[in-house]
Design a binder for this molecule. Sequence first.
Ligand SMILES: Cc1cc2nc3c(=O)[nH]c(=O)nc-3n(C[C@H](O)[C@H](O)[C@H](O)COP(=O)(O)OP(=O)(O)OC[C@H]3O[C@@H](n4cnc5c(N)ncnc54)[C@H](O)[C@@H]3O)c2cc1C
Length: 251
Amino acid sequence: MDFDLNDEQRSIQETVREFVDRRILPVAQENDINHHLDMGIIEGMAELGLLGAPIPPEHGGAGLDYVCEALICEEIERGESAFRTLISVHVGLNSLSLLKFGSDDQHKRYLEPMARGEKLGCFGLTEPAAGSDVAAMLTTAIRQDDGTFLLNGQKNWISYATEADYALSSRRATPRPGTRASRRSSSSGRGTASRRAGSRTSSGSGPARRASSSSRTSRCPPRTWSAPRATASRSRCTRSTRAGSRWPPAR
Ligand SMILES: Cc1cc2nc3c(=O)[nH]c(=O)nc-3n(C[C@H](O)[C@H](O)[C@H](O)COP(=O)(O)OP(=O)(O)OC[C@H]3O[C@@H](n4cnc5c(N)ncnc54)[C@H](O)[C@@H]3O)c2cc1C
């Protein structure tokens, strides 16, 4: 088995390493001390295609393999763990789940703008009393008459919740037995509706901020965050070393 990196993988490693040296490392300590999230760096990551690296080009991503994704994480982590966390939640947990389980409409509305780096995504699973023990989750989703879901519960530790446009959030299909929510749902007859919602996670549009508020719907208006140069930068790509991949972007 050949463990050597191919030309494309080496090119990515070098490009991201150079980006980290130039953009992240010089300000990492200062940003950390000042509790400052540098959105300019995130825009730079979007320009390089790092917010959609393993997502297929037809969904707005760069179409790179998972070795490339690992190299990107390794290099970004070297500069600042917070930006590697963004890749984990935005790409790994949100976008790749949507790619696998999302409908065509969800791909168009959520996945593609995230893969292009125009919108940010986060992943909301953890709750005050549920982490590794996912079955202890209390958040419920009740289907409303108009087809949207009313999410009710609390989430915490959600990385980038205050910045993200979209949250892929987990919830119970039915309230946990013995809780106030289960009593409410059985007395209001909503149990059936919530069971219809299924046990899959759902991606609601809108700011993921206030993720720990007690009641949120998936109908919030989307908050705009854009990396205006991201699309332009990638559309200048002229060379691709792998069929279907869009790397490296022209610089
Ligand atoms: C910086 C940071 C960012 C995070 N970002 C996110 C995010 O974006 N989205 C999100 O959903 N969550 C996020 N989390 C939450 C994180 O994923 C949870 O902390 C994690 O799931 C662990 O859950 P917990 O804190 O409830 O710990 P627990 O599950 O309570 O674990 C506590 C201890 O018990 C041990 N333990 C757990 N289960 C068992 C078992 N069955 N047998 C033996 N030992 C066990 C664990 O190893 C650990 O030592 C983040 C956490 C941190 C610290």
